[in-house]
Design a binder for this molecule. Structure first.
Ligand SMILES: [Fe+2]
Length: 443
């Protein structure tokens, strides 16, 4: 007898026991809790012929963008290929194989069609949402979810993730009022929903609502951080509010504690850690040996990166640690990736290479060169993924490079841009005034 999941999708190869284990693994996945990979491995052990379990194992390996994850996913794809039978399973298999082969854009499109045909397949929506994030497609981050929402009701298991994802998409599209409304609704539906917590954190960040952001994060951190795979990133957001307020000791306490205290050896967490150190470095904060510790960990990331967003962050860390030759090595790898024909070629050639070269120029003290590299790439930097808040490190670098290059017109221009976008930020006001105090008013 063919098993079905709670939404009525056929699960080829599942047993009743394996279906329950699978549902548990998906629950962990959609709540970013615990160890979903271990849960899916137990599912496969219970039913080795369970197609969606192998496919889901592939997805779980891919959304961390770790080099070894791509290889693991290709193995899962090979395991699932003879097992997947239904059109939905075949579409999942096709999309997962595309992402495993670094074709992010086609995988996003394949999942888009899958979600149109199967709008209550929450895994497809969640993975699609992440791929939209990786390719910097804000509109699809919002609308992939909006298309499916009317097919759902609040009583369905996992429903809370839909308004949480919709909130993040709305935020990345600049609709902060509706983003906050949806994010708060998701958090109320499922207290501790760390994706909803994160979406509202982004709204506060973008609007420079620093005290409100701290209240949102500090009210009950245990709720959103306990056993959460998003805890580090959500603490990183908390640190950004303190940083904007100039509370450097608080930032360093968070960095040495929940952000980097366990020295998590994953590209995304290393990237966030380095991006926080870089922001502190721009302000002239003494960082002790933190850059060295971080750079050592980057050297331990196994295998070849297939996501240039991570490589740009590795360059940042090597430059910060003064390891120029390692930074140049990564830039050479990005040049090679840029000559390819997959999504990583697009990420590398259009964004990661000029960004990495700009970080290197900053480290070399070539602030004019750094600014010249960043000016044209910042408006298109979403094409290598990440959020507005993450890519803000580029704007911050450009502002500081303008000051250090004594390029007064540029400093005036980029700080005016920032003030228009984020008028309530303490830091924005400080650099806006600094540019005007230093500058000669243009004729
Ligand atoms: Fe974020």
């Amino acid at each position: 007898m063919t098993m079905h999941d709670g939404e009525g999708h056929a699960l080829t190869g599942a047993t009743a026991e394996a279906r329950d284990l699978f549902e548990h693994a998906l629950e962990l996945q959609r709540c970013y809790l615990g160890d979903p990979l271990e849960a899916i491995d137990r599912t496969i052990t219970a039913a080795p012929g369970f197609a969606m379990a192998h496919i889901t194992r592939g997805w779980m390996n891919l959304i961390g963008t770790e080099p070894r994850g791509f290889a693991n996913a290709r193995q899962s794809h090979a395991n699932a290929a003879p097992l997947a039978k239904t059109p939905r399973e075949r579409a999942h298999l096709e999309a997962m194989g595309q992402l495993a082969n670094c074709d992010f854009h086609t995988a996003a499109a394949t999942l888009q069609r899958l979600s149109i045909d199967h709008p209550r397949d929450l895994l497809a929506l969640q993975i699609g949402h992440h791929i939209d994030f990786f390719v910097g497609d804000a509109r699809m981050m919002r609308d992939r979810i909006a298309r499916a929402l009317p097919e759902w009701s609040e009583d369905r298991p996992g429903y809370h993730l839909l308004p949480a994802m919709h909130a993040f998409g709305l935020e990345e599209c600049g609709d902060y009022v509706e983003a906050e409304r949806q994010g708060r609704r998701a958090a109320a539906l499922h207290p501790g929903d760390s994706w909803a917590q994160h979406a509202v954190a982004h709204v506060m960040e973008m609007q420079g609502r620093l005290k409100e952001g701290l209240a949102w994060m500090r009210d009950d951190p245990e709720l959103w951080s306990r056993d959460s795979l998003l805890a580090i990133h959500n603490w990183w957001h908390t640190a950004l509010y303190h940083l904007d307020l100039g509370e450097i000791d608080e930032v360093l306490t968070l960095y040495d504690g929940p952000i980097f205290g366990t020295k998590p050896p994953f590209s995304m967490t290393l990237g966030d850690a380095g991006a926080l150190l870089w922001r502190l470095m721009l302000r002239g904060v003494d960082l002790g040996d933190r850059w060295d510790v971080l750079a050592d960990l980057w050297t331990q990331v196994e295998g070849r990166s297939l996501y240039a967003f991570n490589d740009a962050h590795a360059v940042m860390a090597y430059v910060g640690a003064g390891r120029r030759s390692k930074a140049v090595e990564v830039i050479a790898a990005l040049e090679e990736a840029a000559a390819g024909d997959n999504s990583n070629a697009i990420f590398s050639s259009q964004v990661a290479l000029p960004v990495a070269r700009a970080f290197l120029a900053f480290g070399d003290g070539d602030y004019t060169g750094c600014a010249a590299l960043l000016l044209p790439v910042i408006p298109i930097a979403h094409r290598f993924g990440g959020s507005h808040a993450q890519r803000d490190v580029l704007d911050l670098t450009l502002i500081e490079a303008a000051f250090r290059a004594d390029d007064e017109p540029l400093a005036r221009a980029v700080t005016a841009e920032r003030k228009a976008a984020k008028p309530h930020s303490v830091f924005t006001e400080a650099v806006f005034q600094r540019a005007r105090a230093a500058a000669v008013v243009p004729a």
